[in-house]
Design a protein around this ligand. Structure first.
Ligand code: IMP
Ligand code: MG
Length: 166
């Protein structure tokens, strides 16, 4: 799974900052198609509302939605919350509480990435793309200070010495 890419100096110009590919674009696309298949199997006839948590989930959301092939009518009561990464779980715990107040028929959670080691809140995802170790990742929508979202692969970010100190 791991492959080293050459450091990509970005806007801040810190040459020591680098991204090491953790999950390739091909692996992501294959897994997203599988997840879409799982969701479609679980809800073969029902219209689904996909709700993406911005901004990180934007590529994952669109790829997943394309594969699930949403009905023209998205008037429905099954909600799938689509999130880029489940980390401490605080964000999803908060969002799920808000969604539940709106009394949907049911809510499911789809995350591209899961970092189980970091969990604080008691939240679990129904659909998980990849479990990853406790590393800071970027790409495929995930950012570091708004950078790296546009990378097609997901990679582990290593900060330069200058940024680590501050
Ligand atoms: P949680 O509330 O700790 O589960 O955090 C979830 C949010 O933190 C995600 O939606 C991301 O925006 C952000 N996040 C957590 N881990 C990472 C990471 O490794 N890279 C980029 N963003 C992350
Ligand atoms: Mg987020």
């Amino acid at each position: 799974m791991a492959k080293t890419t050459s450091p990509k100096p970005k806007s801040k110009g810190n040459a020591a900052e680098s991204v090491r590919t953790l999950i390739s674009r091909t692996e992501i696309q294959r897994r997203v198609a599988e997840m879409a298949g799982d969701i479609r199997r679980d809800f073969p006839t029902e219209p689904l509302h996909l709700v993406g948590v911005l901004k990180g989930s934007v590529f994952f959301l669109t790829d997943l939605a394309r594969q699930i092939d949403l009905d023209a009518s998205i008037e429905g009561k099954t909600v799938i919350v689509v999130e880029d990464i489940l980390d401490t779980g605080m964000t999803l715990q908060y969002l799920l509480r808000i969604f539940e107040q709106r009394k949907p028929r049911r809510i499911r959670v789809a995350v591209l990435l899961d970092k189980p080691e970091r969990r604080i809140a008691k939240v679990r995802a129904d659909y998980v793309g990849f479990k990853i170790p406790n590393e800071f990742v970027v790409g495929y929508g995930l950012d570091y200070a708004e950078r790296y979202r546009n990378l097609a692969d997901v990679g582990v970010l290593t900060l330069g010495a200058k940024e680590k100190k501050s």
